[in-house]
Write a protein that binds this ligand. Sequence first.
Ligand code: UDP
Ligand code: MG
Length: 131
Amino acid sequence: MIKPDAVRAGNIGNILQMINAAGFRIVAMKLTHMTKERAGQFYEVHKERPFYGELCDFMSSGPIVAAILEKNNAVEDFRKLIGATNPANAEPGTIRKLYATSVGENAVHGSDSDENAAIEGAFHFSGMELY
Ligand code: UDP
Ligand code: MG
């Protein structure tokens, strides 16, 4: 996902450019706006964390771009491309170093395993929206 902060800042194009340049194939993509309830479902694993409420408010604060990306070693390579959760700790040249403003408003989401990538892909897309 390209998160609401990066969409608001006009960085959809810059981020997609970096994703393409890194060799990912776009299998599915849409501009969408999660309700707070949908954001809460998406981040259910973080329900007990102190930042959960703020995270759900933020993720429902404006439209996002949801996408399914394909590549060999996609999960690991995408997390390398986006950089650390906190942009202060992200490597130079990563998406979060370039476009995130804080640990919460950090421009992009990336799945953390193949299993969760499948679950998160199905959260946003039906089978007929995959190409
Ligand atoms: N987050 C936050 N404060 C924290 C840790 C995480 O607001 O201390 C938010 C942030 O937007 C992050 C999301 O919760 O991207 C999910 O956290 P996770 O640890 O899964 O980080 P990610 O996988 O996104 O790098
Ligand atoms: Mg995560």
